[in-house]
Ligand binder design. Structure first.
Ligand SMILES: C[S@@+](CC[C@H](N)C(=O)[O-])C[C@H]1O[C@@H](n2cnc3c(N)ncnc32)[C@H](O)[C@@H]1O
Length: 196
């Protein structure tokens, strides 16, 4: 049920089109694994989904494909193996600025030369969008505790903030695009970036 609603709210199919058709893909904060599953379905990609929430990883592990794995890990737990593409979808609003920065820095280190970062954020800098998102996520994170968060706080930032941060960390932004989910809400912004 939750996954069905999530797939109406997040434009997974549109995001998938930007992910390379083959290679090692890391999905950071993979949640129930809906997007990782979509990436691995009928594809030559090898997908690893990681998430710090034991419950979400347990649920994700019910999705079985030979080219799909899930691990209960933070990005900082990963070392050695490099990826052709790293996806981060609707995760960074749960992290304060220093942690956003350190997660993206680590992603940069884990990317192969010429690898892609796909960062998707939700919300737009208009009053209604952030008010509604804050309300929804307060319910999910603080009241129902359905979304795992170390800090139990929300840190929504707009596209300008992320654009500056990606550039500061040495990413070259190839594309910034607003995407619309099946329900037409909430607005999502996709950044496709490469390590310079
Ligand atoms: C709104 S859900 C998005 C899940 C998935 N990316 C999707 O689009 O369906 C946010 C996810 O971020 C995870 N999360 C929380 N803190 C995290 C962190 N420090 N690093 C990675 N993921 C984190 C949560 O457990 C949750 O699964």
């Amino acid at each position: 049920m939750f996954e069905f609603i999530r797939s109406l709210l997040c434009p997974f199919e549109q995001i998938e089109k930007y992910v390379p058709e083959r290679g090692n893909i890391l999905d950071v904060g993979s949640g129930h694994g809906t997007f990782s599953f979509l990436l691995s379905k009928n594809s030559k990609r090898k997908v690893l989904g990681i998430d710090p929430s034991p419950k979400k990883i347990l649920s994700a592990k019910k999705k079985i494909f030979p080219n799909l794995k899930f691990k209960k890990k933070y990005i900082h737990d990963l070392n050695g193996k490099k990826f052709d593409c790293i996806t981060i979808i609707d995760v960074l609003y749960l992290l304060p600025e220093n942690e956003k920065s350190s997660l993206l820095k680590k992603a940069k280190n884990l990317l192969k030369k010429g690898g892609y970062l796909i960062l998707v954020i939700n919300g737009r800098k208009d009053l209604i969008s952030y008010k509604l998102l804050n309300l929804e996520e307060t319910i999910m994170v603080k009241i129902l505790k359905k979304t795992y968060s170390d800090n139990k706080k929300l840190y929504f930032r707009d596209n300008l903030f992320y654009k500056k941060l990606l550039k500061k960390l040495g990413f070259r932004i190839l594309l910034q695009k607003e995407l619309t989910s099946k329900l037409g809400y909430p607005p999502h912004i996709l950044f496709l970036a490469k390590v310079t």
